[in-house]
Unconditional design. Structure first.
Length: 116
């Protein structure tokens, strides 16, 4: 949606949070979980944290996004700031079938996001 809408904030996580808040008519999603094919960027992580989502499950590390051309800032912020450790959010890397599915989604879509 970032490219389609020419909107740098239209990440999947942001769109999912917006839609959930509208559907539930509330800003806190403390009974919700969010699943992402890749570890969220700092903007998305901030939105997840602020919406009080209780659990984040992601497929591949942010370094996978860096490997296809995304700015290393994404991984650096997540690792250097310790934002995961400071959050009360349950954060889990997917495993088993969930990890396999997330990796497939990431592999199939990464070509759309190659940075020049």
């Amino acid at each position: 949606m970032v490219l389609r809408n020419t909107d740098p904030t239209a990440h999947a996580e942001i769109n999912a949070i917006r839609e959930a808040c509208q559907k539930l008519n509330q800003i806190y999603l403390d009974d919700c979980e969010i699943y992402a094919s890749c570890e969220p960027c700092p903007m998305c992580f901030g939105a997840i944290h602020l919406s009080k989502i209780k659990r984040l499950v992601y497929g591949v590390k942010a370094e996978a996004a860096v490997a296809i051309g995304f700015n290393p800032f994404i991984a650096d912020v997540l690792r250097v700031t310790g934002c995961y450790q400071k959050s009360k959010l349950e954060i889990k890397k997917a495993d088993g079938a969930g990890a396999f599915l997330a990796e497939q989604v990431f592999e199939k879509t990464k070509g759309k996001f190659l940075m020049s």
